[in-house]
Design a protein around this ligand. Structure first.
Ligand SMILES: [Zn+2]
Length: 179
């Protein structure tokens, strides 16, 4: 604030948008908007003999992929928690992403305390930012809790669980290596 010649207080930033005012105040750091990842074992469908389960991955409560079309790769999620690089986080239930029409992997970028996803396939294009520590603990917790959740589903349904994607059953039944 400063005085003008007419005895009035004048805000030198008056009339500017909130964004530019915050930018002008160097001491004010805007907290970056962070997304929240959640992972759970969910039932896709049941048939006479089996209960088909998948990893229900959500960002801010919205499913990352349609389980009837795609599966979430827990092996790739584990890699995404370790380092930057392309990850086929979204794949086919058979384990081959190309089979589900996915040619471009999710670009995973680790920078400082943030892990980012750039998803181009399947559409729509999406960009998410996660707090790295929270991201890793969500994945570690999933690795720990998935075999328990799968066992419970098997107990309740009295059917054998059939997890997708193929080749990643270890995450649902246990015995996988730690994150
Ligand atoms: Zn397939």
């Amino acid at each position: 604030m400063r005085w003008n010649g007419r005895g009035e207080l004048v805000c030198p930033l008056r009339g500017q948008s909130l964004e530019s005012r915050l930018a002008a105040q160097r001491s004010v750091r805007r907290a970056p908007e962070m997304n929240t990842l959640s992972l759970e074992v969910a039932v896709e469908f049941e048939d006479d003999k089996k209960v088909h389960v998948f990893c229900d991955a959500r960002v801010d409560g919205t499913a990352v992929a349609d389980p009837l079309r795609h599966s979430i790769s827990l092996a790739e999620l584990r890699e995404s928690a370790v380092a930057s690089g392309p990850c086929y986080l979204i794949t086919c239930s058979c384990g081959n992403a190309g089979c589900a029409g996915i040619e471009k992997p999710v670009e995973v970028t680790h920078s400082g305390s943030t892990i980012e996803w750039n998803i181009s396939e399947p559409a729509p294009q999406r960009h998410f930012s996660f707090e790295a520590e929270a991201y890793r603990s969500v994945i570690q917790e999933a690795m720990r809790s998935f075999p328990l959740a799968t066992a419970k589903i098997e107990r309740v349904t009295s059917k054998q669980a059939s997890p997708t994607p193929r080749g990643e059953e270890e995450f649902f039944w246990g015995g996988h290596r730690a994150v």
